[in-house]
Structure formats: structure tokens, C-alpha cells
Design a protein around this ligand. Sequence first.
Ligand SMILES: Nc1ncnc2c1ncn2[C@@H]1O[C@H](COP(=O)(O)OP(=O)(O)O)[C@@H](O)[C@H]1O
Ligand SMILES: [Mg+2]
Length: 362
Amino acid sequence: MQKKKIAVLFGGCSSEHEVSRVSAFSVIQNLPRDKYEIVRVGITKDGRWFLYTGPDEKIPTGEWEQSDEKKRAFLSPDRGIGGFVVESSEGFTTLPVDCVFPVLHGRNGEDGTIQGLLELSGLPFVGCGTLSSAVCMDKAITHALLSNAGIHCANYLWFFRTSYTGDGIRKIKTKIEARLGYPVFVKPANSGSSVGVTKVNSEAELDAAVAAAAAESDKILVEEAVCGQEVECAVLGNTDPKAAPIVGEIVASAEFYDYDDKYKNGTSKLNIPAHLDDDVAAQIRTTAQRAFRLLGCRGFARVDFFVRNGKEILLNELNTIPGFTPISMYPKLWDASGVSYSELLDRLIQLSFQDDAQDFKK
Ligand SMILES: Nc1ncnc2c1ncn2[C@@H]1O[C@H](COP(=O)(O)OP(=O)(O)O)[C@@H](O)[C@H]1O
Ligand SMILES: [Mg+2]
């Protein structure tokens, strides 16, 4: 059997660029080589695309950008090309691929932009399509749709950063006081990896938190601070998605699960399985599957929850390209459920070839 050519996209114009490189390195290392040939395509933080043919070890460190073993390469929306246009000494050559795996986190990677280009290209690709990626990237829109379907989230409000000026500041502060009370979490509506997220204990701390969130996003979300457990559920599939049998829990070492706790210190603890009653875990899995379908996800998503008092379930967010670093929860939950990292990657690619993942071709 001829090997399928899989293009792994990494990096990207995103505050999560570095995390993406680490995720992509471990995806590349674990893709089954007997079935797949890998094409590595790096996107710099300022948005230049390269076909990279050097050692994989230079991907997580970012050294690949200084390497000579790269050529400019662009994913073509032209379905006649079916892959990349690569710059060469003769001008341009084409590099068709069978599937694209965007291992990109955050803006310009997980938010529907790349997915739109991939849909135009007509290529099978791993993960959610344009609409569901865009919806899940915007926490205010996600909350509105989920609440509408009776899936509970933390109490929240949102505003455009341009409203937080002059008289607007007082109005927003009054609403926060009336609807939520302190402490609250202030976060950019569309960022990830906790970048720009702040816990605010009193009104005096609000300005700085809004400024931090505004640096990431036009829309700012303010949520009641939920005191409870942080639980994550791994969902896999297209129109009939399944949640991993084992649900995981994060025990943050900092005051909350911030960027350093996620990626740098390695001091946060994971409980796999989560310390939850069986019926609560079952309810989390069902809710995760429902939210996945409701928002039109496909392929995979990690659905994150808060659990208050060991029983009240609040959906926090859906991550449509969950972390794939060696310490990431999504692959760990499948591994604990008997699906190894390599097997999981194989399943994700197989899912991208199914008819129910190719709606954009109709
Ligand atoms: N309403 C909330 N109550 C309690 N903790 C929260 C709340 N919102 C966010 N957090 C904390 O901040 C972290 C990052 O927020 P999250 O909404 O998950 O954004 P991101 O997309 O950056 O992961 C969460 O993992 C959690 O530790
Ligand atoms: Mg999160």
C-alpha cells in the first residue's frame, strides 16, 4: 500500500506559536511511519510559510527558522493543485498531499481561518471545519449557543474593548457588580493557553486585567470565578463522536491554570481519572458529546468543564485543536483509555477521510 502524504502545519501567527511547535514535534514523532509520509510546513510568527526538510529537533526550539533546509511554500486554494506550491530554482513546483494536519493553536490556526483555506483546497484535513472552529474560538459566542441549548456555563458578560472608555467604564463596573460580584475572571474572548487571563479580586484590579485581555482580543469576557474542580474530556469522531471513557482533572499549582503552569513549570498535577463520582463523570462525557455535535465539531476537541461542589457541571470551553505536547491532557486521556498516541493520530487522519468530514466538498 502506498503511504499517504500528510502535511503537518506548525507555528503560526498566534500567541500560542511556541506551544504549537512542541505539539507538532510530538505529532511528527508519533505518526505511524509505515502508513504515512510526513511533509513539514512551518509558519513563522509573522506569517511566512515554509516547507521544512531539516531535522525535527529544530522544530520545538524554533531553530528551523534559521535553517537552510527550507523553501517558501504556500497551501493553494486551487483544487487542481491539491496541496502546496513550492518555490524552487526553476520557479515554482507543486507538492500534492493527501491530508493536512494543522497542529496550530489559537488565532490564525484554530479559529477557522486556516480551515477556510483548507476547505477551499478541497483536501481532507484533521479536525473541525471553518464554522465550528470560529464558534469555539470565541468564548462569548460559545457561551451564548450553549446556554441556548441548556448547557450551563459560568455566569458571564462581555463587551468590546472600545466600550471600556469614559462613561463606559462605570457602566461596565456597575454591571459586573450587579450580575457577577467579585472575584471574577477577565479574559480575551478569543485567545488560548491562558494568555491575557486574569483573576480579579476587586474593582481596583479591573483596569489592569481589561488591558491585559484587550491586548489579545477586541472582545472581553468577564465571568464569575468558579470555585471547584477543573475537568477535561477528550472527544473524538465526526457525526457520532465519542468521549474518552476516562475524564481528567487539573490541579493547578498557581492560583489558576495559567500559561506558566500549563507549559513551563510542570508543577500542575493531572488526576487521571478525575476525582469525581461516576455519575458526574458520565454526565460530563454526555454533555461534552452533545456540545461537540451542537457546535458542529468534527475530528476532535477537548471539552473543558468546571465542577462545583463535586456535582454542578459548568462547561468552560471547547478547544478544537487541543494541546498535543507530551504532557497534554487530550492524548493522555486516550492513552489511559487504551488508545495509544500513535493509534490516536492514525484515527484522526482516518476520520478526515470519511464522508462525514468532507461536507465542504458538496
Ligand atoms: N470562570 C472561571 N472560574 C474559575 N477559573 C477560571 C474561570 N475562567 C478561567 N479560569 C481559569 O483560567 C484558566 C484559563 O481560562 P480559559 O477560559 O480556559 O482560557 P484559555 O482558552 O486561555 O485556556 C482556566 O484553565 C482556569 O484555571
Ligand atoms: Mg482553557
